[in-house]
Design a protein around this ligand. Sequence first.
Ligand SMILES: Cc1cc2nc3c(=O)[nH]c(=O)nc-3n(C[C@H](O)[C@H](O)[C@H](O)COP(=O)(O)OP(=O)(O)OC[C@H]3O[C@@H](n4cnc5c(N)ncnc54)[C@H](O)[C@@H]3O)c2cc1C
Length: 376
Amino acid sequence: MPESIPAELVALRQRAEQFASAVLIPAQRELAEGRALPDAVRGNVTRAARDAGFFKMTQPKNAGGSEAGPLAMTVVRDTLAGFNTGLDAWVFGPGPGVLSGCAEPLRSRYLLPLLNGEKRAGFAFTEPGDAAHFTRAVMAADGSYVVSGRKSYVTRGGDADFLNVLVDVEGEGRAMLVIDVHAPGVVLEQRFDSLDGSHHAAFRFDAVCVPADHLIGRAGEGMPRALRQIGDTRLAIAAKAVGLARWSVEFVRAHLQAPHHSGVALGAREGVRLRYAELRIRTFAARSMVYRTARLAEAGANVVNEGIASKVYATETVGEVVDTAIQLVGGNALIVGHPLERLYREVRALRLAEGASDVLRLNLARGSLDLNLGVL
Ligand SMILES: Cc1cc2nc3c(=O)[nH]c(=O)nc-3n(C[C@H](O)[C@H](O)[C@H](O)COP(=O)(O)OP(=O)(O)OC[C@H]3O[C@@H](n4cnc5c(N)ncnc54)[C@H](O)[C@@H]3O)c2cc1C
């Protein structure tokens, strides 16, 4: 539970709170008042996060990072999200993702530059069409791959230097390949923004030649590697979701205690109290679940099912909490620029990114019924 964490994590939480107050809140104000361009503000946040030691928490020790465990990461993500600045994504450095533990030459050419911020990566997993047209790779006589197909939803793909692409290698099964965005045959078909304000791109691969040593790990193990990366991200999303839910409940609490134009504070009305209680119940349950999962992960348990449960429950909870918060605050909450208006858009994406809720439910049922995994 968030209450019974060791002293060093209590200190870490305090550092995260100080960072949010000293860096994130002023940066958010600068943005809201139009005093600086978004890229400059984000760059300043990242620089301050490096100085404060948060940037490297997501990066492995053997590559110069400080690699915090799942519980410490949960504490920091929950804490920062609890300030609802929309800037916490710029606090942490890129993790190794599917390149984790990769061999040379990928380590020097891609992994280390990625972690240092010299190169940017995109994760190309989602397909636009049906499975019959999955992005395919054919092995050439010299061992290189010729890749053809499409990927539809690569976050920050428009700014990426390279893509980690899930392909179906003829006769070998699924594999992850590193593909340089400037390689001949790589076509950036579309750049687009989603409702939450994040940027994405769609790519086409027209017989792209990929060197044999751009294979991450082994052919045939691409899917588990990709799913491991997605699985690791689920607890991160869940921790952020409960931080945002907490912020929303506190916002509503202040609103219900303030004077209301009806002459009676909203918090005095029974119907409103019932709604408010429900927000607290759901947020309490979601936050408890996320911290329990983080503890299990910290102890080395397989938390695939608990990570799924936490991601689904926390993201659905924050969706409902923000929706009800808007209802209780009223029309002002819908004015563009209101913190709940931005949050409403931001949290909607969380139920699709890194696995749609119902698809995750099916995975969880499979984990339990077919593989006998998971705890209650
Ligand atoms: C903000 C954001 C960032 C993203 N970033 C990336 C990225 O960096 N890289 C990447 O590759 N992708 C990314 N995605 C894509 C994301 O992974 C997919 O949107 C998600 O997995 C759902 O796939 P889909 O959009 O193809 O929808 P579909 O797979 O078509 O699913 C749509 C709906 O159909 C239903 N459904 C689908 N399959 C089943 C089933 N088997 N059984 C029952 N119901 C089912 C569910 O209700 C589901 O919500 C991102 C998405 C978002 C919103």
